[in-house]
Design a binder for this molecule. Structure first.
Ligand SMILES: [Zn+2]
Length: 357
């Protein structure tokens, strides 16, 4: 198995907030170029990697979707050289003060990104109900350390602000950093493509890095419509067990991916993945998704006349914070499972699908 750490770390060091995925899309295209037969972008900017199957024409196809967008912030006002901010996606304001950020400045004199930090006023300067509790994002600022006149020429309202902290390699093959949701899954999908280099597969494969999952599922729904695959798999992150998180909706970190079970997932595919993991002796957990999966799978399942869908997730701790945490082994396991599933797909697989569980 290839060393996935360098690619994962490069993914974590590059911006790509929801709706503005271009920088990360370019990195993914460069990585996928030698791994696929054709590479293109959807009209909304999702990356489509096409890997031709060996079966006779017309071949069925499978779409593997991992969203590449990340949560972050946007500048709403500039006050005396300090930047007011608002979230893009589900940012928890409790973790913001003290964070290192990068301001992607687009003002008239801007030539490069500006490093900054998120700061908050002294408690006594805040409204009484906000002094000692979580400080509302409306009271937070980004300080880029420059004079107001300089800031005015560099930064514009609407500029993007992404998390700036470097990923941390921890003991036990654990990595912590921002944007592991969902760059961990993009890495797993890339591993799957690498593994498929030496495996024959009859089906066509569409590897898709989708845009805008955190906001609208807009990338998944439009790419599924355009590519019209026979099957679709969403690869995303889920909640790992951690401090204060031990219920049935959480899963051990580094102990295997999860298989979604619920109305958003075709039960036959769930069964197939379970059997596959057991045969390969890859650990996994069943993730109950009684309503919606909250992933690209929701959009793909109800595209066109409907697409049988599966949701494969990688547990991470501290979801939607700058210190998300993932087990590298789980990324490898997810990539391997995807590749093995694809390699095992017979040309007539669609006619074998049943609802009898
Ligand atoms: Zn996600």
């Amino acid at each position: 198995m290839l060393n996935i750490l360098p690619f994962l770390k490069s993914l974590l060091s590059i911006p790509g907030l929801s709706g503005y995925e271009d920088p990360v899309a370019r990195l993914i295209q460069a990585e996928w170029q030698p791994l696929v037969d054709e590479l293109s972008l959807s009209r909304l900017g999702s990356v489509h990697g096409f890997k031709r199957g060996a079966g006779a024409d017309p071949r069925p196809s499978i779409m593997l979707a991992a969203h590449m967008d990340a949560i972050g912030l946007m500048v709403t006002q500039i006050e005396d050289g300090f930047l007011r901010i608002t979230p893009i996606g589900g940012v928890d304001p409790r973790i913001l003060p003290g964070q290192a950020v990068v301001v992607h400045a687009t003002g008239a004199d801007a030539k490069e990104d500006l490093p900054g930090v998120i700061v908050m006023p002294l408690a006594r300067l805040l409204p009484p109900d906000n002094g000692n509790d979580v400080v509302d994002i409306a009271h937070l600022f980004v300080d880029v350390g420059l004079l107001p006149s300089k800031v005015a020429s560099l930064v514009r309202v609407g500029d993007l602000v992404s998390f700036g902290a470097e990923a941390v390699e921890m003991s036990g093959e654990i990595v912590s950093g921002h944007s592991l949701d969902n760059r961990a899954s993009v890495t797993a999908l890339t591993l799957c493509l690498q593994e498929l280099q030496s495996r024959s597969h009859t089906w066509d494969v569409w590897a898709v890095a989708t845009v805008q999952e955190e906001l609208t599922y807009g990338g998944a729904v439009t790419s599924a419509f355009q590519l019209r695959p026979d099957l679709a798999i969403a690869i995303d992150t889920t909640f790992a067990k951690g401090p204060g998180a031990n219920g049935w909706q959480t899963f051990p970190l580094g102990k295997g991916p999860t298989f979604g079970r619920g109305p958003n997932i075709h039960s036959y595919l769930f069964k197939q993945f379970k059997e596959l993991a057991e045969r390969l002796e890859i650990p996994y957990a069943t993730e109950i998704m009684p309503e919606s999966s909250g992933t690209d799978g929701m959009a793909m399942q109800i595209t066109a006349e409907g697409i049988p869908n599966f949701v494969l997730s990688i547990p991470i701790r501290y979801m939607h914070t700058p210190v998300e945490m993932v087990g590298l082994k789980d990324i490898q396991r997810a990539g391997r499972l995807l590749a093995e599933f694809i390699a095992g797909l017979e040309l007539d697989f669609m006619s074998t699908i049943t609802w009898d569980d």
